[in-house]
Each structure stands twice: as C-alpha cells, then as structure tokens.
Design a protein around this ligand. Structure first.
Ligand SMILES: [Zn+2]
Length: 101
C-alpha cells in the first residue's frame, strides 16, 4: 500500500473546516494555515499502522467465525450419528409391529 497516494479527511485545527489531507499537504486550503511536513507525515504513518492492524484484526475475527461454523457442523454431525443409530431400532420396531398383525 502506498500511503503517499492516500487522502485523509481531517479538520483544520485553525478554521475547523474539513478538507482532504494528502501526504504532501503543507497548507490548509481554507485558511492557509501552515502545517509542519513532519507532523503531516506522522498522521499518515499512524493511519497506515492503524489500517494494517485493523486488517489483521478482521482476519482474526474471520478465523474465529470459521471456528464457530466448524463447531456447529460438529454438532450437526453428532445429530446425524444419533439418527443413524436410532434408525435400525425404529425399523426393528416397525418390523415388530407389522409382524404383530
Ligand atoms: Zn484552515
């Protein structure tokens, strides 16, 4: 990812108007307030680390969800197993009832 091509919407600390901050912005487009280039870069570096970490967080969340789905599948398989176990018994019961009449 190239943060130098990103645009961040920020509020000017001087005139409180919102504008798009680019990596090379040094002046507010509304009031012309001068920004320190180092500070602007710092904002972008912070943004990048935040973004990267939030992506990692999302991936973690997805893994957690997969785990939950697998647990659910396990539960369903258990139910099928139970059903397969009971099926012969049910057939036996039906066979027994048919033979009674
Ligand atoms: Zn301003």
């Amino acid at each position: 990812m190239d943060i130098k091509k990103e645009k961040l919407e920020i509020e000017c600390p001087n005139c409180k108007k919102k504008f798009l901050l680019t990596f090379n912005t040094i002046n507010c487009p509304h009031c012309g307030m001068h920004f320190d280039q180092e500070e602007v870069h710092q904002v972008f570096y912070n943004y990048e680390s935040k973004l990267v970490n939030s992506k990692a967080y999302k991936t973690g969340e997805r893994f957690k969800k997969t785990g939950e789905t697998m647990q659910k599948t396990g539960g369903a398989l258990q139910q099928i197993g139970c059903f397969l176990f009971l099926l012969p018994l049910a057939v036996l019961c039906i066979w027994f009832l048919i033979n009674l009449f």
